[in-house]
Write a protein that binds this ligand. Structure first.
Ligand code: FDA
Length: 332
């Protein structure tokens, strides 16, 4: 059986990337995980999901930029995503504002649900804003996008990248959140530091998405064994259910989700006080199950033409996915 590390290694070889990018058959596998190359395609998927009762998060694929121009372009694209969301059918009853923008109704009207939870929001990566190239510039872009999220009554989440960026991401989110509350981040259960970071988000009343973690990290930094990562996510998830601000559990793990849902029910935590997040194209059966049981289920919709690193991580999470790629390449 291929390990995660081996899959990531194979995927990093340039000739494999070229083969995958240019094979029409591989494209079919790629399409399973990526809503399309354009915002139009992502919005079509988002509107369809929202019409069925899901919440959505848009994610423009791309990682570390190499110039200030690229960072500015990414920032403009993020703002454009909020503009498109506001003009879309994802908003149930848009409210006009004095600056000409429409915004999400707040407090949110969803039957008896009283939380101001937006149907559609955006997740971004700080390296795409310039983190690692010019951290000051990255923060400036982040603040600008977060301000737009605030004006729309929406929410801007900062995805968590590899551990070389964790502390800088935490520090930057901490600073921006103090000024603009409609922003939050992601914590990765596999990192040894995460239980402390859970307390940080709780102290700051910040919304967070809890996930296992998708990058290859050394043992000094991260737990390596899957059962131990599961145990960490379960303990941190329970802590967030008890004391967090509308926490999100980002996992497709059936066992973990059922234990978290059972814990919430046992503690009398209403279903609309937290949400379940899953990735577009993964475990649709589980997405439907939780939606039909009345949970808030948010689907993370990746799109854009810089899909290769994201796609590699999805392959590595489930090495069986590699066999679809090998099959497609052999039939080329
Ligand atoms: P687990 O690995 O326990 O798998 C459970 C089941 O899910 C599998 O048996 C399989 O059926 C299915 N499954 C899982 N992954 C699959 C795949 N790739 N293909 C097909 N089936 C699959 N990570 C990170 O480091 N930073 C981040 O910001 C984010 N953001 C994020 C957002 C959202 C909404 C989600 C759901 C996840 C992330 N992640 C992430 C990724 C996360 O860290 C983790 O790598 C994956 O979610 C896989 O772990 P699970 O707990 O979902 O499932």
């Amino acid at each position: 059986m291929l390990s995660r590390a081996v899959v990531l290694k194979i995927a990093s070889w340039k000739f494999v990337e070229r083969l995958v990018r240019h094979s029409r058959l591989c494209r079919k596998v790629v399409k399973r995980f990526i809503a399309g190359d354009t915002l139009d395609e992502a919005m079509a998927a988002a509107e369809d999901l929202c019409s069925r009762g899901y919440f959505v998060t848009l994610d423009l694929l791309g990682e570390a930029v190499t110039s200030a121009e690229e960072a500015a372009k990414a920032k403009d694209a993020y703002i454009g995503m909020f503009d498109r969301i506001a003009a879309s059918r994802c908003l149930k009853s848009p409210v006009p504002t004095s600056n000409g923008r429409t915004r999400h109704p707040s407090p949110f009207e969803f039957g008896s649900r009283e939380l101001p939870v937006e149907t559609a929001n955006v997740s971004i990566k700080l390296t795409q804003c310039g983190l690692g190239l010019d951290d000051g510039l990255a923060e400036k872009h982040y603040r600008e996008v977060a301000q737009v999220a605030l004006e729309y009554g929406s929410f801007l989440r900062i995805d968590m990248e590899d551990s070389s960026f964790t502390q800088r991401t935490v520090d930057m989110v901490d600073r921006v959140h103090k000024d603009i509350e409609r922003t939050g981040t992601v914590l990765q259960s596999y990192l040894h530091r995460t239980s402390e970071d859970v307390e940080w988000v709780i102290r700051n009343n910040m919304r967070v998405r809890l996930v296992k973690g998708a990058y290859l990290e050394p043992p000094q930094v991260a737990i390596q064994k899957m059962p131990e990562i599961d145990a960490a996510l379960l303990a941190q998830g329970k802590r967030l259910l008890d004391a967090g601000n509308y926490p999100a559990m980002g996992t497709h793990n059936e066992g973990l989700l059922s234990q978290l849902a059972a814990y919430a029910a046992e503690k009398g935590i209403p279903k609309d006080r937290w949400e379940i997040q899953m990735i577009y194209g993964i475990r649709r059966d589980l997405q439907e199950k939780y939606l039909s049981e009345g949970y808030n289920v948010r689907i993370y919709i990746p799109f854009g033409d810089s899909w290769y690193p994201y796609f590699s991580r999805r392959l590595a999470e489930r090495p069986a996915n590699m066999f679809f790629i090998f099959k497609a390449l052999l039939r080329r």
